[in-house]
Design a protein around this ligand. Structure first.
Ligand SMILES: Nc1ncnc2c1ncn2[C@@H]1O[C@H](COP(=O)(O)OP(=O)(O)OP(=O)(O)O)[C@@H](O)[C@H]1O
Ligand SMILES: [Mg+2]
Length: 218
């Protein structure tokens, strides 16, 4: 039971102290778990190192591009180039944030009410109207703060992009937290609701100006 608890906590980003004990088989499983945990942590560390290297190198080049463009004369062609460089930079940041995922971010207690108010501000900044923000139950929740914030902000920005009026509601029960961000836009057809969670899937390629990389829900 102790091993199961530790495995579940590790999956949720919480560190628990663990020393295998009990029957032989259980102890063996315990040691195998510790070994597996070490390998996963090593793989995550390597990924972080690589991402940091890539993002540093590409950002440096993009900055150099920007500086060079700023020194050139203002012509429509140069403006196009400038827009492309901005777009490239935005895409790079989106890919990096996705690849980084929530790797290594420890869970901690946050004030859900404050976060929901931030989401409201964000929706309104994007031109959406928030009809209500409701919170039932405990306002303190334990989550990976940055990853959770990113998740809610994506839902909020999607809602503001496709709908006009948005209702934000959260309900904290003993074992789970439910958050709904409900907009009055066209919605996602039921048969595509699995599909939209895949990376780079966007339903409206035709309406290019809608923006976005298709990574938010993934
Ligand atoms: N509230 C919504 N109403 C209608 N369609 C939606 C809504 N939210 C998401 N979608 C559809 O699902 C697709 C995937 O959403 P997702 O957030 O993953 O990507 P994105 O918003 O296009 O880009 P990104 O979030 O990376 O900037 C969207 O492109 C859109 O077609
Ligand atoms: Mg999105």
């Amino acid at each position: 039971l102790r091993l199961a608890d530790v495995a579940e906590s590790f999956g949720k980003g919480r560190e628990l102290d663990f020393r295998p004990r009990g029957a032989r088989e259980v102890r063996k499983a315990g040691h195998a778990f510790i070994e597996m945990k070490r390998r996963i942590e090593r793989a995550m560390e390597q990924r972080t190192t690589m991402l940091n290297g890539v993002s540093h190198d590409l950002r440096t080049i993009i900055t150099r591009f920007r500086l060079s463009l700023a020194l050139l004369e203002q012509t429509p062609e140069i403006d196009d180039l400038r827009r492309d460089v901005d777009e490239m930079s935005r895409m790079l940041e989106a890919y990096l944030a996705f690849a980084r995922g929530d790797s290594g971010e420890p869970a901690s207690a946050i004030d859900l009410r404050a976060l929901l108010e931030d989401v409201r501000t964000d929706v309104e900044r994007l031109g959406g109207h928030v009809s209500e923000v409701t919170l039932e139950g405990q306002a303190t929740v334990t989550v990976r703060p940055d990853a959770f914030r990113r998740c809610l902000f994506n839902l909020a920005s999607n809602a503001a992009r496709y709908g006009d009026t948005i209702a934000i509601a959260a309900r904290k029960e003993a074992r789970w937290l439910a958050v709904s961000i409900d907009d009055d836009g066209p919605g996602i057809p039921p048969e595509l609701r699995e599909e939209v969670f895949k990376p780079f899937v966007r339903l409206d390629d035709a309406r290019q100006d809608a923006g976005g990389s298709g990574l938010g829900l993934a």
